[in-house]
Design a protein around this ligand. Structure first.
Ligand SMILES: NC(=O)c1ccc[n+]([C@@H]2O[C@H](COP(=O)([O-])OP(=O)(O)OC[C@H]3O[C@@H](n4cnc5c(N)ncnc54)[C@H](O)[C@@H]3O)[C@@H](O)[C@H]2O)c1
Length: 315
C-alpha cells in the first residue's frame, strides 16, 4: 500500500487515476482548488471511500504537507486553449509556481517518485515548422519558434516544468498525454464540443476539418500511466501516453459522432483554428515496449461510452 498525492485530483485524468488507485487499497490524497474540477455526483461518490482524503487547496498557497508521499502525480495546471489564451502570463505563473511550490514540500528525495504531466503540445512547433513528418517521439529534440502566440504559454510552461522536474534530484517520470478522451472530461475539448454542437445545432461548423488526431480512451491512458508509474524499472525518463492506432481527421470524427448521436444536423467544413497542429499522433514504441500485449479500446467503442455519458448524465 502506497501513500499517493494527486494534484488536480478533481479533474478528468486525476479523478480517473484516483478511481483505480482507491480500489487497490492505496491511501490517496486528492488536492484541487476546483477552478476546473467539479464536486459533482461522481466525485462525491469517490471521496466516500475511507482511503481517500480530499485536500481543498490552491498549489499557489502551498507551504508543506504533514505526510510524506511515496508517489506524487502532479496534474494540476491551467489547461484548455480558451483559458490559456485569456491570460498567457497567468498560465506561466500558475503552471510554474505550482510545480516549484510542490517540489519544495518533498522532504525525502530518495523516497518520493514525482510523476509530472506534460503535454503533446511540446511537439507542436516541430510539426508546424515541418521538422517532424512522422509521429511525435520522446527522443526528439524540441523546438521553440521565434513567433510567439498566447497559446504558446501552455507548452512553454510545460516544457520549463519538464526541465525543472528533471533537475530536481527526485526520481521522476514525465508523461506527455496525447488527446485523452472519455466521460466527465469537461466541455472544452474537441469531442464534447462536437457532441454538444451535433446534438443542439441545425448547422454544425467543423473547425480544422482536415487536421488529424489519434484519440486515446481514458481507461487505456490510466492503464499505461499506472503500469509505468508503479514499476521500479521506469523512472527518470519521458513517455508518450496515447493511442497511435486510429488516426482520424476532425471532419471524419464529426461524422462518426453524428452517426452515434443519430441527429440530422448538417456538418460543414470551416476554417482552421489558429495554432492548431495539423497532425497529432504519438509514437508509442517506447511506452509499448514496456507494456507487453497492450490492448487498446477502439475509437467507436470509446466514443459510444463517451456520447452516452454526455447525453444522459446530469452535470
Ligand atoms: N486530458 C488530456 O488529453 C491531456 C493532454 C495533454 C496534457 N494533459 C495534462 O494532464 C493534466 C490533467 O489534465 P486534465 O484533462 O485532467 O485537466 P483538468 O482541467 O480536468 O484537471 C486539472 C485540475 O487541476 C486543478 N487545478 C488547476 N490549477 C490548480 C491549482 N493552482 N491548485 C490546485 N488545483 C488546481 C483544476 O481545478 C482541475 O481539477 C494537465 O496537467 C494537462 O496539462 C492532459
Amino acid at each position: 500500500m502506497s501513500k499517493i498525492l494527486i494534484t488536480g485530483g478533481a479533474g478528468f485524468l486525476g479523478f480517473n487515476l484516483a478511481k483505480h488507485l482507491v480500489k487497490k487499497k492505496h491511501k490517496v490524497f486528492l488536492l484541487d482548488n476546483f477552478s476546473r474540477g467539479k464536486l459533482d455526483y461522481a466525485f462525491e461518490s469517490l471521496i466516500k471511500y475511507k482511503n481517500i482524503k480530499l485536500i481543498k487547496k490552491d498549489l499557489l498557497n502551498l507551504k508543506f504537507f504533514k505526510e510524506q508521499f511515496d508517489i506524487i502525480f502532479h496534474l494540476a495546471s491551467i489547461v484548455g486553449v480558451k483559458n490559456v489564451n485569456k491570460n498567457p502570463t497567468n498560465t506561466f505563473y500558475i503552471n510554474l509556481v505550482s510545480t516549484l511550490n510542490l517540489l519544495r514540500t518533498v522532504k525525502n528525495k530518495k523516497k518520493t517518485k514525482f510523476i509530472f504531466f506534460s503535454t503533446s503540445e511540446v511537439y507542436s512547433p516541430l510539426i508546424e515548422n515541418k521538422k517532424q513528418f512522422t509521429s511525435s517521439q520522446e527522443k526528439n529534440s524540441l523546438l521553440i519558434l521565434n513567433k510567439t502566440r498566447p497559446r504558446d504559454s501552455y507548452y512553454l510552461s510545460k516544457l520549463t516544468n519538464e526541465k525543472i522536474v528533471t533537475l530536481s534530484g527526485l526520481n521522476y517520470i514525465i508523461f506527455r498525454p496525447h488527446n485523452i478522451y472519455g466521460p466527465r472530461m469537461g466541455f472544452s475539448h474537441v469531442i464534447p464540443e462536437l457532441i454538444y454542437k451535433i446534438k443542439r445545432k441545425k448547422i454544425c461548423k467543423i473547425y480544422s476539418p482536415s487536421h488529424s488526431r489519434a484519440f486515446c480512451y481514458i481507461d487505456d491512458a490510466v492503464n499505461q500511466i499506472l503500469k509505468l508509474s508503479f514499476s521500479n524499472k521506469y523512472y527518470n525518463s519521458i513517455y508518450n501516453i496515447g493511442n497511435m492506432k486510429e488516426e482520424i481527421k476532425i471532419f471524419e470524427l464529426a461524422k462518426m459522432i453524428k452517426n452515434i448521436v443519430n441527429q440530422k444536423c448538417l456538418i460543414k467544413k470551416f476554417k482552421n483554428t489558429p495554432g492548431s497542429p495539423r497532425r497529432r499522433v504519438p509514437n508509442m514504441r517506447k511506452t509499448l515496449q514496456n507494456l507487453k500485449n497492450f490492448k487498446f479500446t477502439d475509437l467507436k467503442s470509446g466514443l459510444l461510452k463517451t456520447v452516452e455519458w454526455y447525453l444522459n448524465e446530469k452535470y
